[in-house]
Design a binder for this molecule. Structure first.
Ligand SMILES: [Fe+2]
Ligand SMILES: [Fe+2]
Length: 616
């Protein structure tokens, strides 16, 4: 505006009259205008082509072009330039012709000083006004274009209906979404694009809700998508939130103003509804999982204040969420002596990503329960925003553990009783076997200890020794106690006893391979034993130990068919067959035990009880 206010108009004077020339130049210079003088039409044309003039004062007595030609030239090359024609004796028709051909004003000679200044000022004012009007018009045109662009490209739908409810305008956005052409919609009734079930609602919006606060209300409507088109929306209906405002003829002054139509906007909320639905579903999944988990869960904020708890938490600790929400968890379920420990759980979970501890928590009724607490931070945007505390109630687990332990002990006791009964059954039928099994078990245990076997393996060897001749239960008592030499058939019956024992014991779930050890107690290193003819390391070490112990005890003790041969004879036998029948290492350990007087056979049956107690 400052530039406009300081603007100095450019004026060109075109005349051959020196008097006019001088007068005008003086006048105009005094008014601080920029003046250019020329005395020919060619000079004027040249100047017009060089720069813009606000005003041309044109003398009719011009050489070259006539006045009308010049006026037309100005109109063509500089239409914004005003022209005042100066003339001496001119007819009225000439004046009219000049004005018709673009002259702004006409001044007759001789000139009055005040008059010419007034006319020039008036012309410049008019020109200025015309310029301003032109600028305003352009601005309006530009705003109009901007408005049109915004409306057409708005993600919202913009529409207008006439007084009958027919579309008279819709923007491109609505067209694209619904898949219609503008021609399909313009002129059609709104009910053509509205879901039949929503027509009543739409009628209310478009016919009743027209002004005042009611036009601000939002109505949800479903719009039909053109099924034949390639609309952006693939579903059959588009859900929109719609606003409508009545338009009235303001020229009608009475209070029953004439209704002339409706206009408004609508927003597609289909995606929002889908997101809302999906969110609801996710919440339902979470909530149901949260409440149905067997563990009690509390969600805490960074200050350990309760945000939420699940149903199991409410049941276990007997606090409802409304009682403890926004309160510190420590106030409610943490015993006084464990406050410090409890306060470290969340910070530890945040630092390490997880925290697990066993502790005690207190229910509302004062009952203390053993729990395992798992804590995990809830991470959002790389920041810990909450902590899950998950409580696993161990009281039931501990009770069941005790119950299980009791049952197991009962079962073991029963099993020990059964095994004892089986051993007793054999020994009752064969008095010579009585005590043999226990003595073998004692020696086998001593050899295993001498060889430095692990304690658990030694226990298995003891148990196998106690049971090793169980298979004799299947052999007639007369054969077992026959004083003389056995026939081949009788001996073949005797040789079945390891297999019989194996079949009896294989189904029993011992913590050691008892059935296999017993099965192998008559095998020999060179493969000459029975019943499987196993060789070397095919025989378990426990089996190889049991074999040596069995042979030594048998030779050293009394048998129905011979008297006791003594320990020296027994040691001689195993050393003669060392590495052939018997494992060398086992023979050496056994020999060493007797040579160093670290083992003697006894008939103390308390060791048997001790052995059977291994499984009780
Ligand atoms: Fe045997
Ligand atoms: Fe035996």
């Amino acid at each position: 505006m400052a530039e406009l206010n300081n603007y100095t108009p450019n004026i060109m004077i075109v005349t051959i009259d020196p008097e006019i020339n001088n007068i005008l130049e003086v006048l105009l210079k005094n008014l601080n205008y920029k003046i250019q003088l020329t005395n020919s039409s060619s000079g004027a044309v040249k100047k017009l082509n060089e720069k813009k003039y606000d005003l041309v004062l044109l003398d009719v007595g011009l050489q070259g072009m006539n006045i009308i030609q010049f006026l037309n030239y100005v109109k063509e090359v500089s239409p914004e330039t005003f022209v005042i024609v100066l003339a001496g004796h001119t007819s009225k028709d000439q004046i009219v012709e000049c004005l018709n051909n673009g002259a702004y004003d006409f001044l007759a000679k001789p000139f009055e000083k005040e008059e010419i200044i007034k006319r020039i000022k008036n012309a410049l004012d008019q020109k200025k006004l015309k310029n301003e009007l032109e600028q305003a018009r352009r601005k309006l045109l530009s705003l109009d274009k901007q408005y049109e662009y915004i409306v057409e490209n708005s993600p919202d739908f913009v529409y207008s209906l006439d007084e009958h409810g027919n579309f008279i305008y819709i923007n491109d956005s609505l067209i694209r979404k619904l898949g219609y052409s503008k021609n399909d919609i313009i002129g059609s009734h709104y009910s053509d694009v509205i879901h039949p079930e929503d027509t009543e609602n739409a009628q209310f919006v478009f016919n009743e809700r027209r002004a005042g606060s009611r036009d601000a209300r939002v109505t949800k409507l479903r719009l039909k998508v053109n099924s034949d088109s390639k609309a952006e929306n693939e579903s059959k209906y588009l859900v929109v939130e719609l606003k409508a405002k009545g338009i009235y003829d303001k020229s009608v002054k009475d209070k029953n103003k004439k209704f002339i139509g409706t206009h408004g906007i609508a927003r597609d909320i289909s995606v929002n509804l889908q997101l809302e639905e999906s969110l609801k579903l996710q919440k339902t999944y979470f909530r149901q999982l949260f409440n149905n988990l067997p563990e009690a869960i509390a969600i805490l904020d960074s200050q350990d204040r309760v945000i939420d708890v699940n149903s199991r938490f409410e049941k276990l600790f007997q606090y409802s969420i409304s009682e403890i929400r926004n309160n510190s968890i420590h106030k409610f379920i943490v015993p006084r002596n464990l406050q410090k420990e409890s306060k470290l759980i969340s910070s530890s979970a945040i630092s390490y990503g997880t925290h697990e501890t066993e502790s005690i928590r207190v229910c509302k009724d004062g009952k203390a329960i053993d729990v395992t607490i798992f804590a995990y931070p809830v991470i959002y945007n790389n920041k810990s925003i909450a902590i899950y505390h998950i409580y696993r109630d161990l009281s039931e687990f501990k009770e069941s553990e005790l119950e299980l332990d009791k049952t197991l002990r009962k079962l073991r006791k029963a099993m020990g009783g059964i095994i004892n009964a089986m051993v007793a059954t054999v020994e009752v039928r064969d008095p010579y076997t009585a005590g043999h099994q226990q003595r073998v078990a004692d020696l086998a245990r001593a050899i295993a200890q001498e060889m430095g076997l692990p304690e658990n393996e030694i226990d298995g060897i003891r148990m196998a020794g106690t049971l090793h001749d169980l298979g004799k239960v299947n052999i007639p008592a007369e054969i077992l106690s026959k004083p003389g030499k056995l026939s081949d058939i009788e001996f073949s019956l005797i040789k079945m006893h390891p297999r019989v024992a194996y079949d009896i014991l294989k189904e029993i779930d011992f913590p050691w391979p008892i059935a296999d050890i017993v099965h192998q107690h008559h095998e020999r290193i060179d493969g000459s034993g029975y019943p499987q003819g196993l060789k070397g390391k095919e025989i378990l070490l426990s089996g190889r130990i049991l074999t040596v112990a069995d042979v030594v005890e048998s030779i050293a003790s009394h048998r129905p068919y011979r008297p006791a041969l003594g320990i020296d004879k027994a040691l001689e036998e195993i050393n003669v067959k060392r590495g052939i029948y018997y494992d060398s290492e086992v023979v050496d350990a056994c020999t060493k035990l007797f040579h160093e007087n670290r083992f003697v056979f006894t008939d103390d049956m308390s060791a048997r009880k001790e052995t059977l107690n291994l499984i009780c």
